[in-house]
Design a protein around this ligand. Structure first.
Ligand code: ASP
Length: 389
């Protein structure tokens, strides 16, 4: 697609002046998750009549930092009809903020441009770099909440990674959009506004890293891009945590798994992530691919199996030899709903394999990589981590 420069320039001007377009157990089958620490008092502030977002005065408004990484929320197309054909990662963070003047009624806003990339190009190095920046902001007493603008393709990985490694109760919200700001009915403007409302809300403290998309408040742990093209792209098999409507937060459930301040992982102790590869289950698979993954340095393989994380009979010996060679094997499922049962489709105890519980393969990859930053990780310990997070 050719992006007309004049369109971009005109687009930028529209954003700033009119604000019309959106800028955009080890091995127990029924494991017990340890009790969470005491809930921060503020996290239980789920008043049935939430405070108006515009009630605060400028001096009492919270300070929210928007860390921009690119994606469609910073994308621009050649015409208003281009809702799916456009270039991601074009609009800088100051223009994104200027495009939603209502943000300043909610919080004092500061923008930072971390990256300007489409999220399919995220690497482990970028994840670690972003994590360290978010942790530094979370430690800053002058910052009340953090919003990360992100491409939607791998937003679910980044949200889960931050959910695992940022030791803070402050609201951290990841947000994207399915349409660029230049398109008719662009969704980025409202998504960004909702993300800032959420990051500024005392009720969002201690709830783990959140995703704000399409009016929903979603958990960064188990929500994923589960539809393409549609603005209702993100959902969790276990449902949304709540909604943001007209600048107010409404909560209906909380995350039962360990996260953020309750996590045993800490970005301050992580400098790089180990190589973890996903192999996708289908008919007629090539066992050689497992050996290639190991030869090229994989420390764990996520088997994105059919159904209940099944492993084809002609693959079992290869996958067992992978584990015998010291590489962790995690059985996940390509289904995206439900969860993988330990010792059901395969004798995991006998083969020393781990099951991914309800995490989809890409989330399982993130958790395995974070867990394997610990030296001497056993399969029993890795399984405990998969039950608890
Ligand atoms: N490919 C884009 C990205 O992930 C898609 C999007 O943001 O919606 O950056």
């Amino acid at each position: 697609m050719t992006l007309a420069l004049s369109t971009l320039r005109r687009y930028g001007a529209i954003l700033v002046t009119a604000g019309i377009l959106a800028a955009l157990t080890a091995c127990a089958q029924n494991p017990a998750t340890p009790a969470p620490p005491a809930t921060p008092a503020s996290a239980s502030a789920t008043s049935p009549t939430p405070a108006s977002p515009t009630a605060a005065t400028p001096s009492t408004r919270p300070t929210i930092v928007i860390v921009a990484t690119g994606g469609t929320i910073a994308g621009a197309g050649a015409s208003a009809l281009n809702s799916a054909t456009y270039q991601a990662a074009k609009v800088p963070v100051d223009k994104l903020i200027a495009g939603v003047p209502e943000l300043t009624t909610v919080a004092n806003i500061r923008g930072e441009q971390a990256f300007q990339i489409a999220s399919e190009s995220f690497t482990d190095d970028k994840l670690v770099e972003l994590g360290k920046r978010v942790a530094a902001l979370a430690r800053d007493p002058g910052v009340d909440g953090i919003v990360i603008t992100h491409g939607t393709d791998t937003l679910e990985e980044t949200a889960f990674f931050l959910n695992l490694v940022i030791r803070s109760d402050k609201p951290i919200v990841v947000v994207g959009s399915m349409r660029p700001g230049s398109a008719m009915s662009a969704d980025g403007m409202l998504n960004l506004y909702n993300a800032v409302v959420l990051a500024a809300a005392p009720s969002a403290r201690g709830k783990g890293v959140l995703i704000a998309m399409n009016d929903d408040i979603l958990s960064g742990r188990d929500s994923a891009k589960r539809a393409n093209i549609k603005t209702s792209a993100f959902s969790s098999p276990w449902g949304a945590l709540g909604m943001v409507v007209e600048g107010r937060t409404y909560w209906f459930r909380t995350l039962a798994k360990r996260h953020t301040a309750w996590s045993e992982f800490n970005i301050d102790e992580i400098t790089a992530l180990p190589n973890v590869q996903i192999l996708y289950g289908a008919g007629n698979m090539n066992p050689e691919l497992y050996q290639t993954a190991v030869r090229t340095g994989a420390k764990a393989i996520i088997h994105a199996g059919t159904g209940n994380g099944s492993v084809a009979n002609y693959l079992v010996d290869t996958v067992r030899s992978v584990r015998a060679g010291g590489v962790q094997v995690v059985r996940s499922s390509r289904i995206g709903e439900g969860f993988v049962l330990r010792n059901a489709e395969q004798p995991d105890d006998k083969y020393d394999w781990v099951v991914a519980h309800d995490l989809n393969p890409q989330k399982a990859k993130i958790l395995a990589a974070v867990a394997l930053t610990r030296p001497g990780m056993t399969s029993a310990e890795l399984q405990r981590i998969f039950w608890e997070y």
